[in-house]
Design a protein around this ligand. Sequence first.
Ligand code: NAP
Length: 548
Amino acid sequence: MESVSPRAINQMHKEVDSQKTSVDVVIVGAGFAGLLMLYQTRALGLSARVYERGSDVGGTWFWNRYPGARCDTESLEYSYQFSTELFREWKWSERFATQAELLRYAQHVARKFDLYKNIHLNSAVEKSHYDEKTRKWFTTTSRGESLASDFLILATGCLSTAHLPEIPGMERFRGRVYHTGNWPKEGVDFSDQVVGIVGTGSSAVQVIPTIAPQLRHLYVFQRTANYVVPAWNGKIPNDYEAAVMADPISFRHNNAKMIRAHGFRNRGKDTSALSVSREEVERDLERRWNIGGLNFLDGFNDLLTSSEANKIAAEFVKSKIRKIVKNPAVSELLCPRHPIGCKRVSVGDGYYESFNSGNVTLVDISQSGIHRLGEESIETDRTSYRCDSLIFATGFDAMTGPILSIQITGRNGLTLREKWSEGPRNYLGLSVCGFPNLFIMTGPGSPSVLTNMHVSIDQHAAWISRCIQSMKLRQLSEIEATEESEARWIDTVTEIASNTIFPSCNSWYLGANIPNKPRMFMPYIGFPSYERKCREIEENDYLGFKLA
Ligand code: NAP
C-alpha cells in the first residue's frame, strides 16, 4: 500500500477543515492561550478553528523578537502543565527562556498535538457578529474567509497591540524606526550605529544591555525611571529540575496557591514588614535580590498594600542603583519616584550597569517629553540628538487593545467598542453582557497579567471547555453574563485594587499609557481567590449568567 506522508495528511485535514461553513468554536489567536483552547475543545470532540494573524503560532513570542527578549517568569513555571509527558520531555536551556526558545516550544506543542491542521495562519480576524436568530457568531478575516460558530473565544493576548506614540515629525525621520513589539523576523544589525531608544520599561531593559556593546552610541530617552531587579539568569540547577520533574502535579498545585500563581519555592512570610525591624526586612530583600526574579516583593504580606512598607523596598532598590551606577547625577535620574510594583517591576541583568559605559547616555525627558523628530535626529526642548535608527520600546495598548481591534458586534447591533467606551465591563473577565457565547481568555477583569500567564491560561481553558461541554450536554444554546453580575464584578475588581498600591501610578494596568483610554484598573488581583470564585460559580449552575 502506498504510504502517505504526515505532511500530506495534514494538508488533507486542512482542506476538509477549510470547506466547513460552521464549527462549534472559533478561537482568535494561536499564542499559548489559543493553542491550549484548541487542544481542550478538540479533546471534547468539538470542531474548532483558530485564526492567527501571524505567519506562525507563538503570539507574544512570535512578535517580540527584539534583541535580548526573554521571559521574566522562570521556564519550569512558564510552561504548559496539562501534559506531564510534554512537561518532562521539553528541556529548558536556561532559568529564564529566550524568545527564540519559547517560540520553538510553541511550535513543538502545535506539532506534537497536531494543532496546525485547525489553525489558519496569516488570517487576522476583522469582524465577528452575533446573529440572535441562529444564535451563531459569524467571523470574517483579512483573507476574506468567513465562518459561523456556536462560540467565539478571544485568545488575543494582553500585550499584542504595539503602541507607537504620535510624535511630530515622525514621517520626516530618514533612518529606520522599530517597535520592540513588532520586531522584523530577519533581525537588525545595528553595528556601529548611533541609536535612540524611547522608553525604559521591561522591553527596553532587555534591549539596552544587549545592543549597547555593538553601538557607536546609544541615547536612552527616559520619561519615567523604572525599578529593575536582577534575573541572575543561568542554567537550571539539575537537582532542582529533577525534584520538579519527580512531582510536577504538586509543583503546579503549590504555585497556583500564590497570589501571582508562581514562586512557591520563594514564598515569604504572612507577616507585615512593619511588624519586624527594618534590618530584618532589608536582610530579606538582600536575599531576594541575590536570588533574582519576580519574587522580590514576596517576602512580607504588605509590600504591595502599605505605602510605608513599600517605601522600604523602594529605598532598597534605589540604594542598589546608587551603588551600581557610578555617575551620581545619572544614578539619581535612574531612581524611580513612584511606589515599587505599581508599574510592573522589570527583571533583567546588566541594565543599570549599561549606564556606566561611555557610549550610553541617559536623556531625561520627564519634564517636556520628545519635541519632534528631525530628518536624522530626535529632539527634546533643549537638544537635538543625531541618530541613525530609533527603537520605540513604548509598550502596548494593553489588555483591551487586541480585543477592540476586532469589530465585535453583539445583541441589537451593539459593538464591544461602544459597550466598553468607559472601560472593559465584564463578568469574571470571561463574559460580557450583550455578547452571548463569547469568552475572553486572560482578559481585563481576570488575574491575567498579574500572574504566571500559563497558570491563568490553563484555568481559563479548562473552565471555558467545561462550560461549553455542560451546555452541549444540556442542549443549551446561550450563555451570557447578566448586567447585575457584571456591575458587581467590576466593583469587586476595583475594590480589591483600591486596597493596594497598584492604582497609585500611571501604569498600563490602568490604561494610563494610552491617550484618551478610559482609566480602569483592569486585572483582578489574587489568583487563588479568583479560581475559587470561578469554581463556585460553575458549581452553582453558572450563577450570575443567563442560560438559554
Ligand atoms: P511599558 O512597560 O509600557 O514601557 C513603555 C515605556 O515607554 C515606558 O518607559 C514609558 O514611559 C515609555 N513611553 C511610552 N510612551 C512614551 C512617549 N510618548 N514618550 C516617551 N516615553 C514613552 O512597555 P514594555 O517595556 O514593552 O513592557 C510592557 C509589558 O510587557 C511589561 O510590563 C511586561 O508585563 C511585559 N514584558 C515582559 C517581558 C519579560 O517577560 N521579560 C519583557 C518585555 C515586556 P512612562 O512609564 O512614562 O509611560
